[in-house]
Design a protein. Structure first.
Length: 287
């Protein structure tokens, strides 16, 4: 009969052996891991710079330049760790990357103001723009997506995905940081929405809960695994509305400008501009 101490030692030994085995597949640089806590702190710091009255942090009463200065050094640290942990081990100018992220914050703010306006003007339940900022999970997810997308465009590993998965955890809305989304984006309700990495969405688009903009199938490589880096997700034109639980799949699928996609439809081929697609009679018609 083993004692508790012996059993604990045995578990510790097995975990150590597991660490050795995983190096065949995972990175061997396990001492430098991007900090989830720090990444969430970066999100909140940027939110507080964009909307200081709504996203308060401990340094809310600090000068803006002081908050940016603290953010800059945290960005440098986490970007450096992310590249150190990355398998390709690029040599990058982390100071320049951190500064480019900060340079982009005013542009993110302008985009988010347009999103607030679209949601407020498009939802009769919204009593004020302030209510959108404070209460709407769709806007919260869009905010984090627009921050994360800036990191993604700069090619920074891990951090953008960590950001959007935090938004996914908080809201149930899964927007990949690589998706390209135009101005005045409106997510209504939002729970269960999935927007894939290579999706493009035009301006003034409104989508409801449960919508999936996903991949239809994956091209496989010689090893039998999906080939990465291909166009897998659909393109949504300007001024479209996609109602609840619609599923639109495929990298060659294009939804034309001004189309309305009804609830619970399944689409794997392109739709002409100005088309209404709805479920029930399996009918597609021009507006």
């Amino acid at each position: 009969m083993y004692s508790v101490e012996e059993r604990i030692d045995e578990v510790a030994k097995r975990l150590a052996e597991s660490d050795e085995g995983r190096r065949r597949y995972f990175s061997d640089n396990m001492n430098m891991v991007p900090s989830r806590k720090a990444v969430i702190s970066i999100i909140k710091s940027i939110q507080s710079l964009i909307f200081p009255r709504y996203f308060l942090i401990e340094e809310a009463y600090s000068e803006t330049s002081e908050k940016i200065d603290r953010l800059f050094y945290e960005l440098k640290r986490q970007i450096s760790v992310a590249y150190s942990f990355s398998s390709d081990r690029q040599v990058v100018d982390t100071e320049e990357l951190a500064m480019r992220i900060i340079d982009g914050i005013p542009d993110i703010k302008e985009a988010l103001i347009k999103d607030v306006q679209a949601i407020y003007e498009g939802d009769p339940a919204a009593r004020s723009p302030e209510e959108v900022i404070l209460c709407y999970p769709g806007f919260y997810a869009i905010t984090i997506y627009r921050i994360a997308h800036r990191f993604y465009v700069e090619g920074i590993p891990y951090i953008p995905r960590m950001m959007t998965e935090y938004a996914h955890e908080k809201t149930g809305i899964d927007i990949h940081a690589g998706a390209t989304i135009g101005d005045s984006f409106f997510i209504d309700h939002g729970t269960g929405i999935v927007i894939g990495e290579t999706t493009t969405i035009g301006k003034n688009v409104k989508i409801y809960q449960g919508v999936t903009l996903g991949a239809k199938s994956f091209e496989l490589g010689d090893d039998g695994n999906p080939i990465k880096g291909t166009k897998r997700h659909p393109d949504i034109g300007d001024n479209c509305i996609i109602y609840a639980n619609a599923t639109i799949l495929g990298g060659n699928t294009k939804i034309g400008d001004g189309s309305v996609i009804g609830a619970s439809v399944w689409i794997t081929s392109s739709v002409a501009p100005g088309t209404i697609v709805y479920y029930g009679k399996n009918k597609t018609e021009k507006k």
